[in-house]
Design a protein. Structure first.
Length: 493
C-alpha cells in the first residue's frame, strides 16, 4: 500500500492480533526463560555487594577498600550506571531492535562483573561497578519491551510481574551464597568474594546462550518496515504451537483475527515526538508512572537500606547472620508476584495496583507502630517485613508492567528507562540520604520515622493509581496506546 502524499509504502499487518490470540506454549516459555532470568542476576549483584562489603575491607582481601566505600561510592556508581545505561540503551532499543540490544546489554553486564571479580585496586572496583550497572540498566528497557510485545494480551500481566519478581530469587540466592563463599573455612579471604562475582558471570553466560534463540519482537519489525519478517516469525510460532499440541493429542484452533494495523512511515517517531507523547499526549499516564516508581523506591529503601543495622543495633543479631534474615524476606518478595500476578489479568490493573500499593503502605505503618511500641524481636520484625514486601513486591513489579504497556510502542523502551531512572535515582540517591541518618542512630523513633516516610509515599502512589491507572488487562498493546506511526485501523471482513 502507498501513501498518496509521499509515495512511501505503508505497512498493513495483523501481527499484533495474531500474537495476542496465541495460547500459552513452549515457545512462550523459552522466551520467558531467555529474557526473564536476567532479573536473578540483578538481585544477585545487589545482594552480594552488600554482603561482601565487610570482607573486602579486611586485611588480606586483595583490595584496599573500606566497607563504607563499597556501600557508598561503589553502590552509588552502580546506581548511576544503571540509570545512564537504561536511558542510553532504551534509545538504541527503540531504534535498532529488542534482540540486538538485549544481547549487547547482557554482554556489558558480563564484562563488568568479570572485571569486578578481577579488581586489584579500589578505582577498578568503582569503575567496573559502574559498567555492571550500565548493562543491568539497559536490560530493564530492552527486556520489558520485548516480553510485553511477545506475550499474549491475556497473560501479559502475570508474566511481567513474575519476571520482575524473580529479582528476589537472585537476592535470596545472593544472601545464602555469600554466607558460604565468604566462609574462610572453605575459601581464602582474597578468593571467596571473587568467586562470588564469578558465579554471576557463569550464570549470565548460560543466559546468553539461551537468549540467542529468542526472536526479535514482530511488533518492532512491523514498525520498521520489516513486516514480511514479522509475518514469518509469527507463522513459525503458530506452526510450532499447533504441531506441539498435536504431538500431545490435542487440537489447537486459533481464533480468526479481525483487526489489522497500518503503519505510515512518513510520520515522525523521533525523540521529539516521543517527548511530546509523554508530556503532551499522555500527561496523566506520565504522572502515574512517576508516582509508582518513586513510591516503591522509597518503601524499599525504608526497609532494606537499614536492614542489617536495625537487626544488629536493636536485636543484637551478628553481622554474619543477617544474610539468613535477608533470604527470608527475599522469599516473601518473590512469592508476592508469583501468587498474586494472575489477579492483574482477571480482577484488573487499577484495582490490584491500588490495593497492593495502599495495602503494603498500611502494613508498613502497622509494622512501624509495633516496632515503636517494643512488641517485636528479630524474628517477628522479619515476619512483618515479609508480609509488607509480599504485597509491596507485587506493586513494585506492576510499576514496570504499567509503564511498559501504557505508552506507544515507539516510546515504550524510552518510557521504561525514564521512569526506571527516576525511581532508581530516587531510591539510590535520595533514599539513602534520608534513611541512612535515621536508621544508623539506634534511636527507635528515628527508625519509626523512616518506616512511616516509606509507607506514606507508597500509600500516596496507590491513591494516584486509584484515579489514573489504565484498565489494560487483556487488551492489545495497540488498543491501550496506538503507535505514533499508525493510521486508524479498520475491520477486516
Amino acid at each position: 500500500m502507498l501513501d498518496q502524499d509521499s509515495g512511501k509504502p505503508t505497512v498493513t499487518t495483523r501481527v499484533p492480533g495474531r500474537l495476542d490470540r496465541l495460547p500459552w506454549s513452549v515457545w512462550h516459555t523459552r522466551i520467558l526463560i531467555g529474557l526473564g532470568s536476567v532479573w536473578i542476576l540483578d538481585g544477585l549483584e545487589v545482594t552480594v555487594v552488600g554482603n561482601v562489603a565487610g570482607r573486602l575491607s579486611e586485611p588480606g582481601s586483595g583490595l584496599d577498600i573500606t566497607s563504607a566505600q563499597v556501600t557508598g561510592p561503589a553502590a552509588a556508581l552502580y546506581v548511576a550506571g544503571a540509570c545512564v545505561g537504561a536511558l542510553v540503551f532504551a534509545w538504541l532499543t527503540d531504534r535498532y531492535g529488542r534482540k540486538k540490544l538485549f544481547m549487547v546489554t547482557l554482554g556489558v553486564y558480563l564484562a563488568g562483573t568479570a572485571l569486578t571479580a578481577l579488581s586489584v585496586e579500589a578505582w577498578m572496583f568503582f569503575a567496573f561497578r559502574f559498567v555492571t550497572g550500565f548493562g543491568i540498566g539497559g536490560e530493564y528497557a530492552a527486556i520489558n519491551s520485548a516480553i510485553d510485545e511477545l506475550m499474549p494480551a491475556r497473560f501479559r500481566g502475570r508474566v511481567d510481574l513474575a519476571v520482575n519478581g524473580t529479582f528476589w530469587a537472585g537476592a535470596a540466592a545472593g544472601a545464602l551464597l555469600s554466607v558460604f563463599m565468604l566462609n574462610t573455612a572453605y575459601f581464602p579471604i582474597n578468593v571467596g568474594w571473587r568467586l562470588t562475582f564469578g558465579l554471576g558471570v557463569v550464570l549470565g553466560f548460560v543466559i546468553l546462550l539461551v537468549r540467542r534463540h529468542v526472536p526479535e519482537s514482530p511488533r518492532w519489525l512491523c514498525l520498521h518496515g520489516r513486516a514480511d519478517e514479522a509475518e514469518e516469525l509469527v507463522d513459525d510460532a503458530e506452526e510450532r504451537i499447533v504441531e506441539h499440541a498435536r504431538e500431545h493429542g490435542k487440537d489447537v484452533e486459533l481464533a480468526p483475527v479481525t483487526r489489522d494495523l497500518t503503519i505510515d512511515p512518513n510520520k515522525d517517531a523521533g525523540l521529539g515526538a516521543i517527548a511530546r507523547t509523554l508530556v503532551r499526549d499522555y500527561p496523566k499516564r506520565s504522572v502515574l508512572g512517576f508516582a509508582l516508581f518513586v513510591g516503591q523506591a522509597f518503601l524499599y529503601n525504608a526497609i532494606t537500606f537499614g536492614f542489617g543495622s536495625i537487626l544488629e543495633k536493636f536485636y543484637d543479631v551478628p553481622s554474619d547472620r543477617t544474610g539468613y534474615y535477608f533470604a527470608v524476606i527475599a522469599v516473601g518478595n518473590l512469592l508476592g508476584p508469583l501468587l498474586l500476578g494472575h489477579l492483574f489479568d482477571t480482577v484488573g490493573r487499577r484495582v490490584m495496583i491500588t490495593t497492593t500499593y495502599i495495602g503494603s503502605g498500611v502494613l508498613l505503618f502497622g509494622t512501624a507502630w509495633l516496632f515503636g511500641a517494643g512488641h517485636l524481636n528479630a524474628v517477628t520484625l522479619t515476619a512483618c517485613w515479609c508480609a509488607v514486601l509480599f504485597v509491596a513486591s507485587t506493586g513494585a513489579s506492576s510499576a514496570y508492567l504499567t509503564v511498559s504497556e501504557i505508552f506507544p510502542m515507539e516510546a515504550r523502551a524510552s518510557a521504561i528507562a525514564l521512569f526506571y531512572a527516576v525511581g532508581t535515582a530516587a531510591g539510590g540517591i535520595a533514599g539513602p540520604l534520608v534513611f541512612s541518618d535515621l536508621t544508623k542512630t539506634g534511636v527507635v523513633s528515628d527508625t519509626v520515622l523512616a518506616f512511616c516516610i516509606g509507607a506514606a509515599l507508597m500509600v500516596a502512589a496507590g491513591l494516584v493509581a486509584a484515579f489514573l491507572a489504565v484498565r489494560a488487562e487483556r487488551r492489545s498493546l495497540e488498543d491501550i496506546a496506538a503507535p505514533l506511526t499508525s493510521v486508524p485501523r479498520k475491520a477486516v471482513p
